[in-house]
Design a binder for this molecule. Sequence first.
Ligand code: 2BA
Length: 109
Amino acid sequence: MKLVIAIVQDEDSQELLDTLTEENFRVTKLATTGGFLKSGNTTFMIGVPKDDVPKVIRCIKQVCKSREETITAPSLLNSTSPIYMSQTIDVSVGGATIFVLDVDQFIRI
Ligand code: 2BA
């Protein structure tokens, strides 16, 4: 058995949940926060037999889209001045970040 952990953007999370449950996968959805943008994203945990991993990844690829985010960061006006100005930076956030882990034991009580 494998555990697929997928971090996706909030905008895609409902459609991905619907797609995975329609395909009869058991899913847990967690509200998470990205360390870099410090904004919300969604993490899915999907426990599946090894042979189903490609199908899960296909579902994620089908639904989740890459997007551009703009963040505002303070920067010094110049090295001799203590004055800060803000600058915008464009960041490309991936459709999904996926980890596939081996599961030692799967117990449902
Ligand atoms: P965040 O950490 O908020 O990162 C959002 C996007 O910011 C990243 O998109 C990447 O394009 C950029 N970014 C992240 N760290 C950066 C850095 N040190 N310098 C420059 N740009 C940086 P993605 O790579 O698609 O990641 C989307 C989200 O997936 C991340 O949100 C984080 O929550 C998660 N993630 C990505 N890689 C991970 C990893 N190795 N371990 C755990 N979580 C990860």
